[in-house]
Write a protein that binds this ligand. Structure first.
Ligand code: GLN
Length: 210
């Protein structure tokens, strides 16, 4: 799976910035709005936005099951609202979680839009790297993690960047900074070329505390 097209779910929300981050890393992208477009991709990003609206649009476009099936074989990264959709359970009845990763999530755990903030996060993906500027906008928080989940960053003792196999979920918006370390790391989990540059990312992640 080298240099295949990376899909970005483009029903709603902050998908354009993910596309720009992937282009900056030299990757081909595909905006995904239907099953046919998903089939062209080797991996998928579910962006931030509004998880209740995205649920509705996924159901209307018959994409819910397509993405669930896709995720059994292909890597998926979800950011903010995307993280909510990646989960196995949420506190909001209007959201249908896609059960891609095994954790529970609470929407808006840090408060309203006005309580949005940035925070310096220490990433447990490579030793002695500068902190990553996490942008939290009505961000969700993981409340319960299965043992299969690896925590890659925390904020105030709550996990905010988590991995399970080749899937990644972030409470914040890595696409809104020029720092593309998180996208690069995700690609390294499944892409041989990206992996070569950053093999020791993987080794470090595998010993990160659960
Ligand atoms: N609070 C939003 C939701 O519940 C997520 C916000 C975001 O993606 N920035 O879907």
């Amino acid at each position: 799976m080298v240099n295949g097209t990376i899909g970005v779910l483009a029903l709603q929300g902050a998908f354009q910035k993910h596309i720009e981050a992937l282009h900056a890393l030299g990757r081909k992208t595909q905006q995904v709005r239907c099953h046919e477009e998903l089939k062209r991709c080797v991996a998928l990003i579910i962006p931030g936005g509004e998880s209740t609206t995205m649920t509705r649009l996924l159901q209307a476009g018959r994409l819910t099951n397509s993405i669930k099936t896709f995720a059994t074989k292909h890597p998926v990264m979800g950011t903010c609202a995307g993280m909510i959709l990646m989960s196995s359970a949420t506190d909001e009845k209007k959201v249908e979680p896609l059960h891609i990763m095994d954790f529970q999530v609470q929407r808006n755990i840090y408060g309203t839009q006005r309580e949005s903030f940035t925070a310096n996060l220490n990433l447990h993906i490579k030793a002695e790297e500068p902190p990553f500027c996490g942008i939290f906008i009505r961000a969700p928080g993981a409340t319960k993690l299965n043992r299969r989940i690896t925590v890659l960053a925390e904020y105030q003792e709550r996990p905010v960047l988590i991995a399970q196999d080749h899937h990644l979920a972030a409470s914040f918006h890595p696409e809104l900074t020029a720092d593309n370390r998180i996208h690069r790391y995700w690609l390294s989990l499944f892409d041989e070329d990206a992996g070569k540059e950053s093999t020791h990312f993987k080794n470090y992640a595998s010993v990160a505390k659960p």
